[in-house]
Structure formats: C-alpha cells, structure tokens
Ligand binder design. Structure first.
Ligand SMILES: Nc1ncnc2c1ncn2[C@@H]1O[C@H](COP(=O)(O)OP(=O)(O)OP(=O)(O)O)[C@@H](O)[C@H]1O
Length: 326
C-alpha cells in the first residue's frame, strides 16, 4: 500500500529569470530509497532546500512527515536528517566529540548522548576510529561521520546530497550498502541526490530523472527502461563457432518470431533485439540447426541508457511534460 512520507505538489522556485524547479509533483513512500538523478544545475539542491524549509517555494508545497516544510520547518527538521554535499567538522576535535556536539545541537538528551553516539558510530563503522581527530579522516570516513551526524537524532527520513562525491570505488560500494541496510533494517526513508548513474542504480528502489527543474520520468529501472525502449528493451548476442554467411538462411524463420524486432549479423556474432527474453529459445534453435554456440551475452538497458536518452530528447524537445511510471 502507498504510504507517502514526502509529498511535493507543484513545487516551483524561480530565481529571477531562472526557474530552478518547475512544478515538481512527487510522492516518496515510507521506507523507500529514492534517487533524484540529474546533471549539475538541474535543481536538485533547490528542491532539497525547499523540502527542509531552508528556502521558500515561489509556488506549490512540500509536505515532509506530515508537516508543511515552509510553514513548519522546525517540525520537519526534527524528523529529517540532512547531509549536504560538503560535510564539515571541527578538525581539532575527535569523531566522537564532533558527533556529541552535533547531537547536543539537535536536542538529543544529555543522558542518552553517550550511548546513542556509541551505537551510531558502530552502525557507520567508525567505532575503532572514534578517538581520532577528524583532520586525519579520509573523505570516505568523513562521509560516514556525516551519516552518523544525520542518524544521531533518530530521523524518519534522511536526505543525502551527492553523498558519494570524491569517495573511491570501494568506499562508494560500502557506503551505499550501509544506506541500503539502514533503510531496510530501520525502515528509514532515503532521498539521495546524485549525478552518478551507477551509484543510484546500485541502491535506489525508484529514480526520478530531473532535468532543467522538471521531473521528466520516475519509476524503477525496469519500468523506465520498458517505457523508454518499449519493444527494443532486450538485446541477446550469440557467438557461434563459424562465421555466418549472408544472406543467412535461418533469418526469415527467426524474423517471423513475434518477439524478435531486429537481427544483426557480424561474422560469427548474431545479435537479436527482442521485446522479451527469448535467449533460451534462440540457443535451442541454433543448436538444433547444427550451430556450435560458443558464447551468449544479454544486455538490458540500464540507467545510463535511460539517462542518455532523456538528455538527448531533452535537448531537442520542449520539456513541459512529465511521464510517471510506477
Ligand atoms: N540562490 C540562488 N540564486 C540564484 N540562482 C540560483 C540560486 N541557487 C540555485 N540557483 C540556480 O538554480 C538552478 C538549479 O540549481 P541547483 O543548485 O538546485 O541544481 P543542482 O541540480 O543541485 O546542481 P548541482 O548538482 O550542481 O548542485 C541553477 O541554474 C542555479 O544556477
């Protein structure tokens, strides 16, 4: 059942002549990990700031955890943990001291602070480094401490602006796994803004593609892919032992398969574009006709294909439309 914890309705922000966010409608459900994906200047940070009540919308509304972020920002702030893209700490203080300080600022009761800090440092994997000064922390460790700062107040929603910026690939993988674990185990709702396609793809349940202030599409990767590529969403490449001569005598029979939309032949590589998975049937067919199959490769359109497609169409089309796929 749908249970939106974030509801944005016609959310708009105009900076002079620039419409940074343009009539954004979006529901994010409780416990969901939602990725706001868009290039620099798309309006992601402005959207987040309006959701936190840190800047007022020109029109429209943002409801977070049942509170209007514009008229009731303090209530929203109590329920939401926000990690900006440039997390800062007091370098002369240890990780634990920094965390306790943030906890106090966020109104965590003094008698709970010690226990809560220890728990949170354990969760983010910094228990062993808690007495080190943050000046000695790597970027990845700082991101983990930033997450600890967000978690210390026990939020219902966490908003992470470009959380993987500047972390090495292993650090990114571990950080994203931690986010997923937190969301699944504690029912945390996560909104993650990024322009890194692969990072978003690894962790998000649903993605919104945000370009020039507008949400062009939203849905899970499969739905976006199906919507965008329709009958051409699957490509199967099959390599056979011997080069295939053209015209290929088997081609007319395979063209008659209802699911196959295109066949390409390049020496001993056969490529089939289809509306559904026909890989097993293709292999059986080829073996039945006496071909030695030496390789099979399937390609599903991923988020980068989707993203690219939206950018390409966005540069040539009027963008005053929104597709909603769920
Ligand atoms: N305070 C401001 N005054 C004027 N224009 C602004 C202001 N803040 C943002 N903008 C403009 O609004 C648009 C959206 O900016 P925003 O920072 O929200 O995008 P973003 O998607 O977060 O980009 P990035 O990934 O680079 O942070 C940009 O054109 C930006 O120049």
């Amino acid at each position: 059942m749908k249970d939106p914890i974030i509801q944005l309705k016609g959310l708009t922000k105009q900076y002079g002549a620039v419409k940074a966010v343009d009539g954004l409608n979006l529901d994010i459900d409780k416990g969901e990990i939602f990725g706001l994906l868009g290039p620099n200047g798309a309006g992601k940070t402005t959207t987040i700031l309006m959701m936190l009540g840190l800047t007022d919308p020109t029109s429209g509304s943002a409801f977070v955890c049942g509170h209007n972020a514009t008229s009731n920002p303090i209530s929203v702030k109590k329920k939401v943990g926000y990690m900006p893209d440039n997390v800062g700490f007091y370098d002369n203080m240890t990780a634990l001291e920094n965390l306790v300080y943030i906890g106090r600022l966020n109104g965590v009761p003094v008698e709970e602070l010690k226990k809560r800090s220890a728990e949170v440092l354990e969760v983010v994997g910094l228990a062993a480094d808690q007495h080190k000064k943050t000046s000695a922390f790597s970027r990845g460790m700082k991101q983990r401490l930033g997450l600890a700062d967000v978690l210390i107040k026990n939020p219902d929603v966490i908003i992470l602006d470009e959380p993987t910026l500047g972390i090495d690939p292993t650090g990114v993988k571990d950080f994203l796994a931690l986010i997923k674990q937190l969301s699944r185990q504690q029912g945390l709702t996560v909104l993650l803004s990024s322009h890194h396609l692969h990072h978003v793809q690894q962790v998000c349940d649903r993605v919104g593609i945000f370009v020039k202030g507008q949400l062009l599409a939203q849905g899970d990767i499969g739905a976006l892919s199906g919507q965008l590529f329709g009958s051409d969403s699957l490509v199967t490449s099959i390599r056979v032992a011997q080069p295939v001569s053209q015209p290929w005598q088997q081609e007319p029979e395979l063209q008659a398969w209802e699911a196959i939309t295109q066949i390409r032949i390049h020496e001993n590589e056969l490529e089939f574009t289809s509306s559904r998975d026909v890989t097993a049937a293709l292999v059986r067919f080829l073996v039945g006709k006496g071909y030695d199959v030496i390789g099979v490769n399937q390609k599903n359109y991923g988020l980068d294909d989707i993203y690219q497609q939206y950018f390409e169409s966005n540069s040539t089309k009027n963008t005053s439309y929104e597709k909603s796929i769920s």
